[in-house]
Design a protein around this ligand. Structure first.
Ligand code: GAR
Length: 205
């Protein structure tokens, strides 16, 4: 007898680089019980490994470059138009290295993954910043995106110890291992159960 699953949540993943987090999500969707269909992958630049990964899995892709638009507001509107075409229930920013604009955030629930324990080390250089500061523990954070830079309500966090001989690359690699599992877990739970938000506290029933 075939097993029955509710219709999967429609998810668009936004990427800018290697796409190892995207790959972890793609791998998770092999199980229909995971409850996610990745309906498209969007990027802010061409010729990145993340887009190749999507194409390899026959997932539609789109690119919306800031430089092709007169200003950020126009870029945001163009990204919102692309996203709307796929009707996502959830948008996941997985290594997407741009601040999302008002229109996209008004239209969608967006989850971001960040390679530090927020609110420490927000921004584009979190791993280098944590190492330079000399913290003994860093990690990763999944959070809902608001209009600030890595300031939205926190969904999940995992800790990763810093080793004495860590470089940005070695620490980031160990963070990514943990980050992949965190992101797969939180996106699946959001997709299957939804969430409620009270002040900054997120509950996934
Ligand atoms: C991830 O570690 C993600 O947290 C980070 O970029 C990496 C992307 O890796 N994002 C940021 O730093 C956003 N400020 P991936 O392309 O292999 O998934």
């Amino acid at each position: 007898m075939p097993s029955h699953h509710a219709a999967p949540a429609r998810v668009v993943v936004l990427v800018s680089g290697t796409g190892s987090n995207l790959q972890a999500l793609i791998d998770a969707t092999a199980d229909p019980g995971y409850g996610v269909e990745i309906v498209a992958v969007g990027a802010d630049r061409d010729a990145i490994l993340a887009l190749e990964r999507a194409e390899r899995h026959q997932i539609p892709t789109f690119v919306v470059r800031v430089g092709d638009h007169p200003d950020r507001t126009a870029w945001d509107a163009a990204l919102a138009t692309q996203l709307a075409a796929y009707g996502p229930d959830l948008v996941v920013s997985a290594g997407f290295m741009k601040i999302l604009g008002e229109q996209v955030l008004a239209d969608h629930t967006v989850v971001n993954t960040h390679p530090a324990l927020l609110p420490a080390f927000p921004g584009a250089h979190a791993v280098a910043d944590a190492l330079a500061y000399g913290v003994r523990v860093s990690g990763c954070t999944a959070h809902l995106v608001d209009s600030g830079v890595d300031t939205g309500p926190i969904l999940a966090q995992r800790a990763v110890p810093v080793e004495d001989d860590d470089t940005e690359d070695t620490l980031h690699a160990r963070i990514k291992d943990v980050e992949h599992a965190m992101l797969v877990d939180v996106v699946g739970r959001l997709a299957r159960h939804g969430h409620t938000l009270t002040d900054r506290k997120v509950t996934i029933p």
